[in-house]
Design a protein around this ligand. Structure first.
Ligand SMILES: NC(=O)c1ccc[n+]([C@@H]2O[C@H](COP(=O)([O-])OP(=O)(O)OC[C@H]3O[C@@H](n4cnc5c(N)ncnc54)[C@H](OP(=O)(O)O)[C@@H]3O)[C@@H](O)[C@H]2O)c1
Length: 237
């Protein structure tokens, strides 16, 4: 079987790493870039230089279904998301509305399109550490992930869910809070590890976008990872 990955969120930290790790594995990589991206030409040139194909299907259900039917990927990576800061910059009413439209809305559209395409790709979803999909959350960011995980479990597609803690790495856009969170978190966990609670440390330690991308690609093509969930300690293997 040809290994072919369709990467939604390819311009992001984890998405870019997934594209690179697909190609390093000898798999085909299709990098999805939103058609209205300001720097579409730059993204296209960079991805094509790596050996990836660029797809710019609009975020519409019928169009995305048709694209996935035509491209027949063996894995679809859902790596979409926004932040409070970006939501504000892009004029969203508030962060809750932005999480609903992007983190939930685009991911759910992609899942439905993958299901309707009839090609049964593995759906690889990046969720968040420690999520319990059996419990609703009052936090809108968390609740979006609860809903997507439930839909994957109830749906017809094979899936793999990864639940990282903080994702760190070089970003075009500075995220001081995230770097600080990763530093403080890892420092505190180092102390916890020194005190003997190694399992806790391994569970919550941050992961680089590159390491997470490598894990997503490895698990996407691992038959044993089908319909399973991976917490941070399992992602570093
Ligand atoms: N960062 C963390 O610490 C963390 C922790 C746990 C889970 N996660 C989740 O893991 C996933 C990957 O995280 P990441 O940090 O690698 O993501 P990221 O670098 O912020 O990239 C997000 C991706 O979503 C796309 N996107 C955002 N708004 C969009 C819109 N309106 N229309 C179309 N595409 C849009 C971006 O495309 P453009 O470049 O075109 O904007 C980009 O490709 C996300 O779902 C995130 O919520 C993150």
């Amino acid at each position: 079987m040809i290994e072919r990955g369709f990467v939604a969120g390819a311009t992001g930290l984890t998405g870019g790493a997934v594209v690179r790790h697909l190609l390093a594995r000898g798999a085909e990589a299709i990098a999805h870039v939103r058609p209205d991206a300001r720097d579409l030409a730059t993204h296209r040139a960079a991805f094509e230089a790596l050996g990836a194909t660029v797809d710019t299907t609009p975020w519409e259900q019928a169009a995305m279904t048709e694209t996935l039917r035509r491209l027949a990927p063996s894995a679809v990576f859902a790596l979409l998301g926004t932040t409070r800061k970006r939501a504000k910059q892009e004029g969203a009413r508030d962060a809750t509305a932005a999480y609903e439209a992007i983190d939930y809305g685009l991911t759910a559209l992609l899942r439905r399109a993958a299901e309707a395409s009839g090609v049964r790709p593995r759906f690889v979803y990046v969720s968040m550490v420690g999520l319990d999909p059996s419990r609703d959350s009052k936090n809108p960011y968390t609740q979006v992930r609860v809903r997507i995980e439930r839909e994957l479990a109830a749906g017809a597609l094979p899936y793999t869910i990864v639940r990282p803690s903080v994702i760190s790495g070089d970003r075009d856009e500075a995220r001081a809070g995230e770097s600080l969170a990763a530093g403080v978190l890892d420092g505190a966990l180092g102390l916890v590890g020194a005190l003997g609670a190694r399992r806790l440390r391994d569970r919550y330690r941050s992961i680089t976008g590159d390491a997470l991308g490598a894990a997503c690609v490895r698990l996407a093509f691992d038959a044993e990872a089908e319909d399973r969930v991976f917490e941070p300690d399992a992602l570093r293997a």
